[in-house]
Design a protein around this ligand. Sequence first.
Ligand code: SF4
Length: 284
Amino acid sequence: MKTKEERLKLLQEKKKKLVEEKEKVNDFEPSYQILSFGGGVQTQAMLLKLTPLFKDNPKAWVVFADTGNEHQETYDYIKNYSMPYCTKNNINFVRVVNKYGKTLYDYCFDKKIVPSMKFRDCTTKFKIAPIRKFLRDKLKITRKLPCNMFIGISWDEAGRMNPSTVKYAHNVYPFIDGYRDYFELNDGYAKVTREDCMKISLEGFGETPPKSGCWYCPFSRTADFLKTKKENPQLFKKIIMLEENNSRYPEIKLRGMGKNTKSVRDLTDSDESRDSCKSGYCMV
Ligand code: SF4
């Protein structure tokens, strides 16, 4: 457990790296422009906003890392709106998958684990790794000629920004701190919120996108689990199976551990007030 001073020091280091990274991306001509595409509210809006940069550009790619377990609404939205939009505007779109040859659900089930909220192994193995493999193996991106990696985090979630952990990709957060002249700046910041992203997508696609993330994601809100229970009991049963199949259940539950953590099967409306995360999904 880190002390308050250690946490503060880490935060200051992270802020410093983020500033350095921002300076790099605005001054540097990248080998490729990459949009890390989760199919949710922010990345759909970013696809629309990045069109002038990505259209007819062989050095720009929209990369969708598919865990195999996104909400059906997300797959439908991508199929009905994002992909036709990319085709129409001659924007490169690719779907990438993990190296295990199975969905994240099956991977966890076979290993008798649940996705860890603390270690975020699922994000690393099923989202980040497939994207990075595509960059290295298909696009041959190296640290000598790094790419820009556009990430859809909105102003209201700025605390989730992180500097890149690899030298061949610079993380870019246009909805927070802008990017050249593609995003309107406001006192040096873009300040595009999740609400703004909803409006951008509604205007661009004619329909607001659903929230992205796996249907059993431990970051999901209680209301999301209860909605699945009501509208798709079979899927809800599969969530319970995943949780209870984990070899350390009931000590470790889908939403973590500790005496106040409830099993998914026991969730009720009254548990909604305990949810701390408003968005309820992971960030790549
Ligand atoms: S949406 Fe949730 S379960 Fe899926 S990869 Fe992200 S953190 Fe893991």
